[in-house]
Ligand binder design. Structure first.
Ligand SMILES: [Zn+2]
Length: 173
C-alpha cells in the first residue's frame, strides 16, 4: 500500500520530457504486441516475439516507476534504435523510396528515439529517477550496484536507494 502511494506520487511529478519519452516507449511496446497478434498461429516467430513483447512491457513498467536502470537501458536502446532506423531510411532512399508511409515510419521512429534519448536526459528527468544529490546539490552520480538500485553522489560520496528521493541509506548498512 505504501509502495503504491509512492508510485502514484512519483507518476504525478513526472516531468514532461519523461512523459514524452515514456509515451514513445509505450508506442513501441504496443507495436510489438500488435506485430505478435498479426502473426499466424503456426508461426515460428510468434513465441520468441511474444516473449520480447512481454519483456518490453516489464521494462516499460520499470521506466514508469522511475528505475534508474530502465532509464539507462532506454537511452542506450534509443541510440541503437535511431541508428538502426536511419540505416533503414537510407536503404529505402537508395531503393528509390522517397515519400509515403514506407518512408514515414522509419522517420517517425527516429524522431521517437531522439525524444526518448533527450526526454530522459533532462535535469528534471534525472531528479525523477533519483539521479540527483539533494545535499550538494549535484547531478554527478554513479551506480553502486549492477542493478542500479543504489546511487552514490560523486561529490560528497553520499549513498541512497532509488525511489527514496535521495534519502541517505548508508546509515542502514
Ligand atoms: Zn552529494
Amino acid at each position: 500500500m505504501e509502495k503504491r502511494k509512492l508510485d502514484t506520487k512519483r507518476a504525478m511529478r513526472m516531468p514532461w520530457g519523461t512523459v514524452l519519452a515514456v509515451a514513445c516507449v509505450t508506442i513501441f511496446v504496443l507495436l510489438q504486441f500488435w506485430g505478435v497478434s498479426r502473426e499466424p498461429a503456426g508461426s515460428e516467430d510468434k513465441g520468441p516475439n511474444g516473449v520480447w513483447a512481454v519483456v518490453s512491457l516489464v521494462f516499460l513498467v520499470y521506466l514508469y516507476r522511475g528505475r534508474p536502470l530502465a532509464r539507462q537501458w532506454a537511452r542506450a536502446f534509443a541510440v541503437f534504435g535511431a541508428l538502426a532506423f536511419a540505416f533503414v531510411a537510407y536503404a529505402l532512399f537508395e531503393l528509390g523510396v522517397r515519400t509515403g508511409l514506407a518512408m514515414l515510419i522509419p522517420m517517425l521512429s527516429i524522431v521517437c528515439m531522439i525524444a526518448i534519448f533527450f526526454g530522459l536526459g533532462t535535469r528534471a528527468s534525472r531528479r525523477f529517477f533519483d539521479l540527483y544529490c539533494e545535499a550538494c546539490p549535484s547531478y554527478r552520480v554513479r551506480a553502486r550496484d549492477l542493478m542500479f538500485r543504489r546511487i552514490q553522489c560523486k561529490e560528497c560520496k553520499r549513498e541512497w536507494q532509488y525511489g527514496q528521493g535521495g534519502i541517505d541509506v548508508s546509515a542502514f548498512d
